[in-house]
Design a protein around this ligand. Structure first.
Ligand code: COA
Length: 354
């Protein structure tokens, strides 16, 4: 890393010195990275574990395989999050020790305390940086983009490592009883390095963040008797297992996901075709396809990689982002809309000028 690099934070973070005035500049995505566990679980593997078929899964969801952690070998959310963030730092050509802040969007942190972000920061030698987890289920990375952008525009953070990482395989039942959810989810992590820039045109053009907690019962993971929606009795067999109203979530997503895109375009004064790429949470290929068709977008404008990773919760958006950047399909000058929706229920966007 160059010592003269103007985007570099002072050691220990920009907040360690005097509070600078809010900058006139913007924020840019300087690097991205991903990490998935080595172990793959294909639809054919699932056929051997439960009463399902490759045909059923592909038709209903578009998923062909997913990666899952081998927890017995020490893999977990923070290890893949750290690997993704290290890759993103390499891509941005920065030393991880110069990050001001490490944010990990996840709903599968190792434990209530410490935050996984602190272990990620320690693994990268970023011990003095602020670090915290951001829990917003499948919206985590998108809400994280808006959170990081706001903090950076305050002028007190100039270099932020944002990770989306989840390991929902830990909450799956790979038997017949769990077949309606076990086929859907995979483990993974994706990361982005956000850096302050003098160019004021770079950064968030418009954003939206919404929730409806009254509908949490459509998608939840109970930990004890307090974790159930009204009318559902505590059942030890449900503890630490994803509970999902598949059709309810499907209907919510098919309606709300395109609506929030339309709302964000409206705020920005843009038409759907003005956005170069839509980087959306990967929950189901049919949901993504319906949204793309509603806006009359060509297939290459709304990226889909659910076939290879399944639904990786907070990791799905940065996994897409990294693949698109690596392929040169998302680059400086582009307008990119990030879209999330999922448990909570939550939904939102972050529309960027790169
Ligand atoms: N393999 C084969 N059959 C299965 C199955 C599996 N893995 N899981 C469920 N089935 C069966 C059901 O038991 C049911 O059988 P029945 O008709 O004999 O009762 C049948 O398939 C249809 O089940 P249903 O739940 O109505 O299927 P669906 O068409 O709604 O598809 C989902 C199920 C989960 C794929 C779909 O509802 C979905 O994608 N929902 C959104 C989920 C989501 O995106 N969650 C994350 C949000 S971030």
């Amino acid at each position: 890393m160059s010592v003269q690099d103007p985007t570099a934070a002072s050691p220990g973070g920009a907040s360690a010195g005097r509070v600078p005035p809010p900058p006139a500049g913007g924020v840019t995505i300087a690097g991205t990275g991903l990490a998935v566990p080595q172990k793959r679980l294909t639809n054919q593997d699932l056929e051997r574990l439960m009463d399902t078929s490759d045909e059923w899964i592909v038709q209903r969801t578009g998923i062909r395989q997913r990666h899952v952690c081998d927890f017995s070998r020490g893999e977990s959310t923070y290890t893949i999050a750290a690997a993704a963030l290290r890759n993103a730092c390499d891509d941005a050509k920065i030393d991880p020790a110069t990050l001001d802040l490490v944010l990990v969007a996840t709903m599968s942190m190792e434990s209530t305390c410490p935050p996984s972000a602190c272990r990620v920061a320690a693994a990268l030698g970023t011990r003095n940086a602020g670090a915290f987890d951001l829990s917003a289920a499948c919206c985590g990375f998108v809400f994280g983009l808006n959170t990081a952008y706001g903090l950076m525009r305050s002028g007190q953070y100039r270099r932020v490592g944002l990770v989306g990482a989840d390991t929902l395989s830990r909450f799956m039942d790979y038997s017949n009883a769990g077949r309606s959810t076990a086929i859907l989810f995979g483990d993974g992590a994706g990361a982005a390095i956000l850096t302050a820039t003098d160019d004021p045109t770079k950064g968030v053009i418009a954003q939206a963040m919404h929730s409806d907690g009254a509908r949490f019962g459509d998608l939840y993971i109970p930990e004890d008797e307090r974790g159930y929606p009204e009318g559902v009795e505590h059942d030890p067999a449900m503890v630490h297992r994803v509970q999902m109203n598949g059709q309810g979530v499907f209907k919510f997503a098919v309606g709300t996901f395109p609506d929030v895109i339309a709302q964000t375009l409206d705020k920005a004064g843009l038409a759907a075709g003005d956005v170069d790429m839509y980087v959306c949470h990967q929950s189901n290929a049919r949901i993504l396809d319906a949204a793309r068709k509603r806006f009359g977008l060509a297939e290459d404008r709304l990226y889909v990689n659910i076939d290879r990773y399944a639904n990786t919760v907070a990791a799905s958006v940065p996994l897409c982002l990294h693949e698109l950047r690596a392929a040169g399909r998302v680059r400086a000058g582009h307008k990119v809309m990030f879209v999330g929706f999922g448990g909570g229920l939550t939904w939102g966007t972050s529309l960027w000028q790169l």
